[in-house]
Ligand binder design. Structure first.
Ligand SMILES: [Zn+2]
Length: 358
């Protein structure tokens, strides 16, 4: 895939399909065949800008039930701002198409695609999708944004996870504009790890819950992609662009687990700033005879939680991004209001994309 030769825009090609400068196309990549004989395809939007610039890939639903990212990409591809695109966007709304069909995180062979990279062309279905994604999408790109949600019955507060050892990656993570940026090590077999080893940095956006739309998380996701593209000089910054508050950059996170079984009553919401020993929730027996307090283990921000009120001893309840040694500036949390009404210019473009009017 090449979009530029000597500063002059040229076609980009993906899986044998050429996309000219100023053109957009949907390319269906054939990956494998299911036992029923139905093909496994990966639909890819290729948007080739008129002006030179980097190539960015945006992926969603590597976990087939994490559907917020599918909607984020749908709205994103409708933005009129893309007429001024510098470089190329390769957007893959559903990477794990079998999992998406069956509303499952996994593939039919029960493998986790995001633990199956780099994969191979003659491996399992997960390995084949992973290999194809690396070869066709990642290897021609300079940056990537991978969209996720919390897993089954768990919600994540809008956050970007990235390797913050690199100042360049941290700058891109900050440009996403959500209140929490969390340092995350590389998980073996993940897309982020495999892309990084090819020299393609990836930031992961997490928001909401599997199999649910989270409107605030979706809007923040579309704006976040625009913010990153403006940072990479792929989109111009409009006059009415409102700069988001500086995010909280936190280095680690920790799950708080249930110390007993029972019925969970949550006191503190997602995104709450909490202090060490602050009560986050109670676990009661079903007759209300006992109450056990669940306390924050340290200062931080609640960035993930279970949505199940019935819990067992040892279940993960809250994910706290720890602010050890960091003074929390709550402005990023207080100012975060992606559900506010859109007005003019840049935000009107977002509203149009939401209502499917191009
Ligand atoms: Zn995921």
């Amino acid at each position: 895939m090449a979009g530029e030769q000597g500063g002059v825009r040229s076609d980009v090609s993906l899986a044998g399909t050429a996309v000219a400068p100023g053109e957009r196309r949907q390319v269906d990549i054939q990956i494998a065949e299911l036992s029923s004989g139905f093909p496994v395809r990966m639909p890819v939007h290729v948007i080739n800008g008129c002006h030179p610039g980097p190539q960015l890939f945006i992926s969603a639903a590597l976990h087939g039930d994490e559907i917020n990212g599918v909607e984020i990409i749908r709205r994103f591809t409708r933005l009129t701002a893309l007429r001024d695109l510098c470089g190329t966007v390769v957007a893959v709304p559903i990477v794990n198409t079998p999992g998406f069909l069956y509303q499952s995180r996994y593939l039919p062979d029960r493998r986790d695609l995001n633990r199956s990279f780099p994969g191979s062309h003659d491996g399992s279905l997960a390995g084949r999708i992973a290999r194809c994604f690396l070869d066709e999408i990642v290897s021609g790109s300079s940056w990537g944004i991978d969209l996720h949600t919390g897993s089954h019955h768990r919600s994540n507060y809008p956050q970007v996870r990235a390797s913050l050892d690199s100042p360049e990656i941290e700058a891109v993570a900050r440009a996403f504009g959500v209140p929490v940026v969390l340092n995350a090590g590389f998980r073996q077999g993940s897309l982020r790890e495999a892309a990084n080893s090819l020299g393609v940095p990836v930031v992961v956006y997490e928001a909401g819950e599997a199999l649910r739309f989270d409107e605030a998380g979706i809007r923040a996701g579309v704006r976040g992609i625009i913010g990153v593209m403006q940072h990479l000089a792929m989109l111009p910054v409009r006059e009415d662009h409102a700069e988001p508050a500086e995010p909280l950059v936190l280095r680690s996170s920790r799950w708080v687990r249930a110390p007993c079984s029972g019925v969970l009553r949550v006191i503190e919401p997602l995104g709450a700033q909490v202090r060490r020993n602050q009560v986050l929730a109670f676990i009661s027996d079903p007759w209300g005879m006992t109450d056990t307090e669940i306390e924050a283990p340290a200062d931080g921000v609640i960035v993930g939680r279970t949505n199940l009120p019935v819990v067992h001893d040892g279940d993960a309840l809250f994910n706290i991004a720890l602010s050890t040694g960091t003074q929390i500036d709550a402005r990023a949390l207080d100012d975060f209001s992606p559900l506010e009404q859109y007005e003019t210019g840049e935000t009107a473009d977002l509203a149009r994309a939401e209502r499917q009017i191009v």
